[in-house]
Design a protein. Structure first.
Length: 230
């Protein structure tokens, strides 16, 4: 029986050191592809107009207040979150920096090129496609193992200090982020719910497929934590 992954598998392109300054070219390419797919998935969901992921709701809200694009607001949030890493004693890797840059860039570049359907059925289908793309991008990005995304680093850092289960930490953070973003004018809707329900299983499914196709069985897998927005 096919099972969903509970850990991030070690693949043929995974970096041995998350803090590597000069990773293998293949690892860097996979990382970049994964982050761009992730950002494109976000853009697909935004263009659907049915509501977006919690962190993107916050980005929309901030963008509304300061007349920024969603991508610009997403980058701003990443930078602010990285400042929270200082007291948490988290260390950024190449993946952390590229996460902040590429996801924001992909959102702003791809979203204007995408359809903005008015038919509810097509909107739901577009949200599903976007959520799948975010899941695929997450799988590539996580298996590259070049440092956590800004939001994930904050999540794991808070868990380490507070000893609260990581699922509870993530849920609390995303509820707070969603509430603030909604108050600032971000779009909360059925798309937000679809994303929240499906993103975990989709990431786990893609990680399982990745491990099956390109995994290195001899190595022990790393602890698995589903990203909030990498």
């Amino acid at each position: 029986m096919f099972k969903l992954a509970k850990k991030v598998p070690t693949t043929t392109w995974s970096s041995d050191d998350p803090m590597a300054v000069k990773p293998k070219p293949k690892t860097l390419i996979i990382l970049i592809i994964g982050l761009w797919i992730f950002g494109t998935g976000d853009a697909v969901i935004i263009a659907a107009g049915l509501g977006v992921a919690p962190w993107t709701v916050l980005a929309q809200g901030i963008g509304n207040q300061w007349t920024w694009t969603v991508g610009q607001a997403t980058f701003f949030i990443s930078v602010i979150v990285l400042f929270f890493w200082i007291p948490l004693k988290e260390k950024p890797g190449i993946g952390t920096i590229l996460n902040a840059i590429l996801i924001a860039a992909a959102i702003d570049i791809m979203e204007p090129q995408l359809p903005h359907p008015q038919n509810p059925l097509f909107q739901v289908i577009q949200v599903l496609i976007g959520t799948i793309l975010v899941g695929i991008g997450s799988g590539f990005y996580l298996t590259a193992n070049l440092g956590p995304g800004p939001r994930d680093g904050m999540m794991t850092g808070l868990q380490r200090i507070t000893k609260i289960p990581i699922g509870r930490v993530r849920t609390t953070i995303e509820i707070i982020v969603l509430a603030i973003g909604w108050q600032l004018g971000g779009i909360f809707g059925i798309g937000t719910i679809i994303f929240a329900v499906l993103i975990g299983p989709i990431v786990a499914l893609f990680l399982q497929l990745t491990g099956h196709l390109w995994g290195i069985v001899a190595n022990q897998p790393k602890d698995f934590a589903i990203p909030s927005k990498l």
